[in-house]
Design a protein around this ligand. Structure first.
Ligand code: HMG
Length: 388
C-alpha cells in the first residue's frame, strides 16, 4: 500500500519586506542578500498571525468535508508554539472543524518537527489505512533587527494531508536519520528571538546532510541517478545550493544539469518568503511541484530535513500520476502576488510589538488581515482566535 502526501496547502501572511531595501537600510551591498544569501523578499507576520492561525489558514485551503471526517490525527510541527502546555494542534483541530474522535498534539525539534509528524503519520496510516492525518509545519523565524540572522527571517505554514493511495507523493519506507547534541541554533524559553552560531549552523547542516545521504545510499543502493530532484530544508536558498553542490562535485554532467535545473524551480517560493522553519522543506517541494515542469509519474524526489540542535533525515518519495491536478498553484500564486510591501520603517516600528503578558486585554483589528483565521487579541491570558 502506498502512503504519502495527498494534498498540500501553503499560507504566508499578507505583508513582506524587500531584501534590497533591507540591505540598503543596513548599509550592506544588496547583492549579499539577493546572491550571497539568495533571498528577494521576506514574509512578515503581523500580530494577528501566529503559528496557530497560519497553520489553520494553510489547512483550510486543502480540507474538504470528506477529509474532515477521515482525519483522526492532527500534528503541528512548530518551534513558535504559543503555550508551554496546550498544543497549537488542538486549536488547529477546532479552527478547521475536524471531527472530534481525533488525536491532536504538537511536535518540536526545531525545523524537523513537520518531518517527525510525517513519519508518525506514515505509521498511523499503515495501521489505519482508511484514515487520514493532517500534518502542518508553521513558524515565524525571528532573529532581531540588525542581527546576522535578520535576512534569514520569514513566516508561513505548509499543511500536508497524509493518506493511503496519495495523489501527489508516495513516500518510500526507508529513510536515514542522524541525531547529535550540538548548539548551532536554539531559542531559550524566555526569548522570542532565536540565538544562533551562524557559521557553525551552516557547517552542521552540510555535515548532517552528507551523513544521512551516505547512509540512505547504503540502505537503499540508490544513487543520484535514481533522483529526478532533491529538495532541502531551506533557511535561505543559498544553503540548499551549497548542500547540493557538495554532492554534485563528483556527479555526471547529466545528473548535475538535471538536479541544478530542478533546484532553481524548487526555490522560487522560498526566495520570496524566507525561512519558515518546519515548513521550509515542504515549501521547497511545493515550489518544485507548482513552479516546475510536470515530471513523469514515478519520478523519485529526495528530501533532506534538518532541525538545529540537531536532527537530520533524508527520505524520498515517488510522484503520482497527474499530481499537478492536486495542486493549488493559482491560489498560492495569487496569495503571494497580493501581498503588500512594508517600508523598512514600518517593519522596524512593528518588530517589537507584542501581546501583553500581564493578563491585561488587548484587541487586534482583524479587518486589516485578509487571513480567514486570525488572532483577535488576548484577554485573561487567553488568545482569542477568530474565523471570518
Ligand atoms: P553573515 O556572516 O552575515 O554572512 O551570515 P556571510 O559573511 O557568511 O555571507 C553570506 C554569503 O554572502 C557568503 O557566501 C558571502 O561570500 C556572500 P558563501 O561564502 O556562504 O557562499 N556575500 C556576497 N555575495 C554577493 N555579493 C556581495 C556579498 N557579500 C557577501 N556583495 C548567515 C550569514 C547565514 C550565517 C546568517 O544570516 C545567519 O546566522 N542566519 C541564521 C542561521 C541559519 O540560517 N543557518 C542555516 C543552517 S541551520 C538551519 O538551517 C536550521 C534553521 O532553519 C533553524 C531550525 O532548524 O529551526 C536555521
Amino acid at each position: 500500500m502506498d502512503i504519502g502526501i495527498d494534498k498540500i496547502g501553503f499560507y504566508t501572511p499578507h505583508i513582506h519586506v524587500d531584501m534590497k531595501k533591507l540591505a540598503e537600510a543596513r548599509k550592506i551591498d544588496p547583492a549579499k542578500y539577493t546572491i550571497g544569501i539568495g533571498q528577494d523578499k521576506m514574509a512578515i507576520a503581523p500580530l494577528t498571525q501566529d503559528a496557530v492561525t497560519m497553520a489553520a489558514n494553510a489547512a483550510l485551503k486543502i480540507l474538504d468535508e470528506e477529509d474532515r471526517n477521515a482525519v483522526d490525527m492532527v500534528l503541528l510541527g512548530t518551534e513558535s508554539g504559543v503555550d508551554h502546555s496546550k498544543s497549537g494542534a488542538v486549536w488547529v483541530h477546532h479552527l478547521t472543524d475536524i471531527q472530534s474522535q481525533a488525536r491532536a498534539f504538537e511536535l518540536k525539534q526545531a525545523c524537523y518537527g513537520a518531518t517527525a509528524g510525517i513519519q508518525m503519520a506514515m505509521g498511523h496510516i499503515t495501521m489505519n489505512p482508511d484514515r487520514k492525518v493532517l500534518v502542518v509545519g508553521s513558524d515565524i523565524a525571528k532573529y532581531g533587527l540588525n542581527t546576522g540572522g535578520e535576512p534569514t527571517q520569514g513566516a508561513g505554514a505548509v499543511a500536508l494531508l497524509i493518506s493511503a493511495n496519495p495523489r501527489i507523493l508516495a513516500i518510500d519506507p526507508t529513510s536515514a536519520m542522524y541525531t547529535s547534541d550540538i548548539m548551532d541554533f536554539w531559542r531559550p524559553l524566555y526569548s522570542d528571538k532565536a540565538k544562533v552560531d551562524g557559521k557553525f549552523s551552516n557547517q552542521a547542516y552540510i555535515e548532517f546532510f552528507l551523513r544521512v545521504w551516505k547512509d540512505y545510499q547504503e540502505k537503499t543502493n540508490r544513487s543520484l541517478d535514481d533522483f529526478e530532484a532533491l529538495c532541502f530544508h531551506l533557511p535561505y536558498t543559498k544553503m540548499g545550493r551549497k548542500a547540493l553542490g557538495a554532492v554534485l562535485e563528483s556527479a555526471t554532467a547529466e545528473n548535475k544539469e538535471r538536479l541544478e535545473r530542478h533546484y532553481e524551480e524548487s526555490i522560487v517560493y522560498n526566495r520570496i518568503v524566507g525561512n519558515v522553519y518546519t515548513g521550509a522543506l515542504y515549501l521547497n517541494l511545493l515550489s518544485l511541484l507548482e513552479q516546475g515542469e510536470e515530471l513523469p509519474a514515478g519520478s523519485r524526489i529526495g528530501l533532506f530535513s534538518y532541525g538545529s540542535g540537531a536532527v537530520g533525515e533524508f527520505f524520498s518519495g515517488t510522484l503520482q500520476p497527474n499530481y499537478k491536478k492536486q495542486l493549488l498553484t493559482t491560489e498560492h500564486g495569487k496569495m503571494l502576488n497580493d501581498r503588500r510591501e512594508l517600508s523598512i520603517e514600518e517593519y522596524e516600528a512593528s518588530f517589537e510589538d507584542a501581546l501583553p503578558i500581564d493578563g491585561s486585554t488587548r484587541e487586534l483589528d482583524g479587518q486589516t488581515d485578509p487571513g480567514p483565521v486570525y488572532l483577535a487579541g488576548i484577554a485573561d491570558d487567553i488568545r482569542q482566535y477568530m474565523k471570518k
